[in-house]
Each structure stands twice: as C-alpha cells, then as structure tokens.
Design a protein around this ligand. Structure first.
Ligand code: HEC
Ligand code: HEC
Length: 236
C-alpha cells in the first residue's frame, strides 16, 4: 500500500471514530432528555403549552447555562428558575447540550476577561446591569423576580446569561454589546468579587466612589501642604 493510501485510510478511520463518538454522545443525550426534560419541553423539543417553551434552535448557550447552574430541570413550570446544585454531571450535561444543539441554533458564547477593559466594563455594568444587580453585583429584587448575586457564575455562564437573558433579564445580542464589550463586562463582574486583589486600594470594599473621594481628599491635603510650604518660602 502506498503512503498516500495509508494516510487516506488513517484519516478515514479517525473520521469514522469521531462520528461514532459524537453520535453515541448525542444518543446518550437523547435518553437523558427523554427522562428529565421531555415532560415539559416535549418529545420532539417543540414545547408543551403551559409546561415549557420549544427548545428547537435555542443552541448550546442557553442549555449549558440552565444545566450548569442547576436551573433546569425545573420542578414546577411556574417556578422562577434559580441557581442550585446541577442535577446532571458535566458529561451528562455535555451530552444533553449536543443532543439539543443537533436541532440547530448558534454555538455557545464565551468571554475572555483578559481581553476586556476593567473601567469600560464598570461603565457598561453601571448602565446596563446595575439597575437590577446593583453596582457591586450583589443582586436584589426586581418586579416579579429575585435578581441573583453575581459571585457564583463563571466567565462562561456570565457570557451565556448576557446573550440569552434568562427569565425576566433582557438579552443583549452582539448589536447591543460587542464581543469586546462582553469581555470587559465579564472582567468587571469577576473583579467585584475580590476588588482588593486588583491592585486597587480597598477601604472595606466600599466600592470605587468612596475610594475616589478619599484619594481626592488626600490629594487636596497634599496640595494644601505644598501651597503652604511655597507660601512660607515667598514670605521669607
Ligand atoms: C417542570 C417543567 C420543566 C422541566 C422538567 C424542564 N424545563 Fe426547561 N424550561 C421550563 C420552563 C417553564 C422554561 C421557561 C423559563 C422562563 O420563564 O424563562 C424553561 C426554559 C428552558 C430553557 C430556555 C429556553 C429559551 O428559549 O430560553 C432551556 C434551554 C431549558 N429549559 C432546558 C431544559 C432541559 C435541558 C431540561 C432537562 C434537563 C429541562 N429544561 C427541564 C420548564 C421545564
Ligand atoms: C431587568 C433586570 C435585569 C437586568 C437589567 C440584568 N439582569 Fe441579569 N438577571 C436578572 C434576573 C431576574 C436573573 C435571574 C434569572 C433566572 O433565575 O433564571 C438574572 C441572572 C443573571 C445571571 C446568572 C447568575 C447566576 O447565578 O447564575 C448573570 C450572570 C447575569 N444576570 C448578569 C447580568 C449582566 C452582566 C447584565 C448586564 C449586561 C444583567 N445581568 C442585566 C435580572 C437582570
């Protein structure tokens, strides 16, 4: 057999194995879906009235978000989905996600906080998110919903939440927020958890405004001192 033929054969074998693995994963996902999700979302993912919306074309992001934050499966379709320990392990979640994504939809969003800009992120968070989540990202209440504290979600879950808008939260598509802005937002949310590690000066985590006021007061005191010293010298 020629080297070319051998290479072609090897590539074909790898391809067939990959396809077989992917379809085994999808069918494991189908079985889990039947067990845990079909009662509300329907056997064919088309949704059931009064129980759950259609999942055709939702894509990987919302599925990964809802499963990895333990929000799905819901106990009762009227409950607000809330963060809880996930029912499915990481392998099962990935199988269900690939099964549901096989019905179409966009790939899961992601974020690279390192590529973002902290002060741009703070600015965006203040205008788009703080109304519900508070500037320090510690959650609160809005009409008809509990707004979660943002200390738990991972960078990926934050990106997924922003792009899908779970429950009463609005969704922010790429036209409202570019990938770069999303990176900055995620960087800010992660920063609110340990502000003193970011190299800033933490005054009991009071936030950037009191810190700014204290820095300003100190700056004014130093300026006043310098002005006095200069004044004394001209007097002499
Ligand atoms: C008791 C009924 C129930 C069960 C069981 C359930 N869901 Fe849901 N699901 C809902 C309801 C109701 C919503 C809409 C929540 C809302 O208001 O945002 C929903 C929303 C979703 C969404 C968001 C859809 C969108 O368009 O944004 C996803 C994804 C989802 N469910 C996945 C799952 C998966 C995967 C399972 C199985 C592991 C599951 N659900 C089990 C009732 C259920
Ligand atoms: C109108 C109020 C509102 C606004 C504005 C809003 N959110 Fe939310 N957010 C919510 C609610 C309500 C939930 C809980 C949804 C649920 O439980 O399914 C939530 C959930 C989340 C979660 C999931 C938290 C977790 O523990 O899993 C993240 C992350 C998040 N929001 C980030 C943001 C960011 C970033 C912005 C700004 C771009 C934003 N939100 C704007 C109301 C809001």
């Amino acid at each position: 057999m020629s080297t070319t033929a051998r290479t072609v054969l090897a590539v074909a074998t790898v391809f067939v194995l990959l396809c077989a693995t992917a379809s085994a994963k999808t069918s494991a996902g189908a079985a889990l879906y039947d067990l845990d999700c079909a009662s509300c979302h329907g056997q064919t993912l088309a949704g059931r009235s009064g129980m759950g919306p259609s999942l055709r074309g939702v894509g990987a992001g919302p599925v990964d978000f809802y499963l990895s934050t333990g929000r799905m499966p819901l106990q009762d379709p009227r409950d607000e989905p809330t963060r809880s320990p996930p029912l499915l392990n990481a392998r099962q979640r990935s199988a269900v996600t690939s099964f549901i994504s096989s019905f179409g939809g966009p790939p899961a969003p992601s974020a690279d906080p390192q590529a973002g800009n902290l002060s741009a992120g703070q600015h965006l968070f203040t205008s788009d998110c703080a109304g519900c989540h508070q500037v320090v990202a510690r959650g609160g209440l809005t009409v008809g919903a509990d707004v979660p504290d943002l200390r738990a979600p991972s960078a990926r879950q934050i990106a997924e939440a922003v792009r899908m808008g779970p429950y009463l939260m609005p969704r922010f598509g790429p036209r409202q927020l570019s990938q770069r802005q999303l990176d900055s937002l995620v960087r800010y949310v992660l920063w609110t958890r340990r502000p003193d590690n970011a190299g800033g000066w933490s005054i009991d985590n009071l936030g950037p405004i009191p810190e700014g006021i204290i820095a300003w007061l100190l700056g004014m005191a130093v300026l006043a001192l310098i002005a006095r010293l200069i004044g004394e010298r001209t007097d002499a």
